[in-house]
Design a protein around this ligand. Sequence first.
Ligand code: 4NP
Length: 159
Amino acid sequence: MDRTKILFVCLGNICRSPSAEAVMNSLIKAKGIEELFEIDSAGITGYHAGEPADQRMQRHALNRDIHLTSISRQVKSPADFEHFDYIIGMDNQNIDDLYQLAPNEQLAKKISKMTDYCTRHQHDSVPDPYYGGAAGFELVLDLLEDACEGLLEHIQSHE
Ligand code: 4NP
């Protein structure tokens, strides 16, 4: 069976999307189903390409036993749109940018927003924590843990 391939996307690929990648990896590993998935993350911009995740984000994640290991890279079009099954942005600007990058309407159907999979939180986006304080990083992780569980349920009920 083909793996389900998921690409998480935020602006810089150093805070939200590498965390989404790590939370999803942790969830599927805990369930023993990591062989069924390919998980990656990327940024709309390449400003931080080649860098590890933001130190503050790493520290907050580590407090929940989530290890951020990915190195920042920019979204590639058309390659990422062809390769991945789900392309998931963190906020409305990410979604607008992804639609701009999508090679065609068919491949644009792979785009969705992370908070659409939340079942416990009412937020409309995963807010950028970069210029804020500790609470912003904790909120990112709360939303991502909720959304990753919802995303997994969505995939398992649709595939
Ligand atoms: P991210 O956060 O999109 O969650 O990785 C940001 C990281 C860096 C910048 C903005 C947002 N920046 O402007 O450098």
